[in-house]
Design a protein around this ligand. Structure first.
Ligand SMILES: Cc1cc2nc3c(=O)[nH]c(=O)nc-3n(C[C@H](O)[C@H](O)[C@H](O)COP(=O)(O)O)c2cc1C
Length: 234
């Protein structure tokens, strides 16, 4: 530890350090965006407490930005967030993510979903992240609902399962610190493979506009009688 209770940085095996947390999301209606931003900010804040240098936090919107312009490296922890569409990840999100070079950056993959099921989406996103050269170290499926938006009028934010997001952020940050040997060198571990159940889905719907997504959103909520929970894996 160094003065002020901070440790000597979140060191990587090759003398590099975690310096940046980057949220990358695809979010037609806004739920995956607030999920990803919240995850990136809370994980960034926890890692920052353990670093002598400020850890920067940034977020990228795959609908507005050119995915090829998003640059990450080994010193970045990436949070990738997308919504679940019919148990899969939206095809435009998959296409955009394939344009990003993961460069061995540690990644937390997250999907936002309504109260039906996240199907194969979390498995698909983790597999895609691996294919892109990211190093997934955790994954989570988080509930988002829009009831508050309807009762609170236009423009109010979708309601997130903030408790699960906070629990996942704490646990994922602790794992990142263990992997990077932040506090106790002897506890530095190699990333154990973590399992997310599922199989690669077949995509039939190629594109859905944000307007159609918002309309479909209302239908999904109306027919969703099951109450699911957020789930995460490390
Ligand atoms: C076309 C469409 C399909 C969806 N399919 C599912 C689904 O299979 N399971 C589920 O629980 N929620 C489903 N939802 C709800 C979304 O996954 C959820 O609301 C998500 O947070 C929307 O993300 P966004 O606000 O970033 O667009 C669907 C929503 C839409 C618009």
């Amino acid at each position: 530890m160094v003065e002020g209770g901070r440790c000597a940085g979140i060191a990587l095996y090759n003398n590099k350090m975690i310096k940046r947390v980057a949220g990358i999301y695809y979010s037609p209606v806004g739920g995956a965006a607030i999920m990803t931003e919240r995850l990136a900010r809370s994980i960034g804040a926890i890692l920052d407490d353990c670093s002598p240098e400020d850890i920067t936090i940034e977020c990228h919107d795959l609908i507005k930005e050119q995915p090829g312009d998003i640059v990450v490296d080994e010193e970045t922890v990436v949070v990738i967030g997308v919504p679940v569409y019919v148990g899969k990840i939206p095809l435009p999100a998959a296409r955009a993510l394939r344009e990003i070079a993961g460069m061995g950056a540690m990644a937390l993959t997250a999907v936002s979903y309504g109260s039906r099921s996240y199907g194969n989406a979390l498995y698909e996103l983790k597999s895609l992240a691996e294919d892109c050269g990211f190093r997934p170290v955790g994954a989570g499926a988080f509930l988002v609902n829009y009831i508050s938006r309807r009762s609170g009028g236009r423009g109010s934010a979708p309601a997130l399962d903030v408790e699960s997001i906070a629990e996942f952020s704490n646990a994922a940050s602790a794992k990142i610190k263990r992997l990077t040997g932040c506090e106790i060198e002897e506890l530095r571990i190699k990333p154990a493979p973590f399992e997310v159940d599922g199989k690669m889905p077949v995509h039939k719907i190629s594109r859905i506009s944000p307007k159609a997504a918002a309309a479909a959103q209302k239908v999904i909520e109306r027919i969703s009688l099951l109450k699911r929970h957020s789930e995460w894996f490390l």
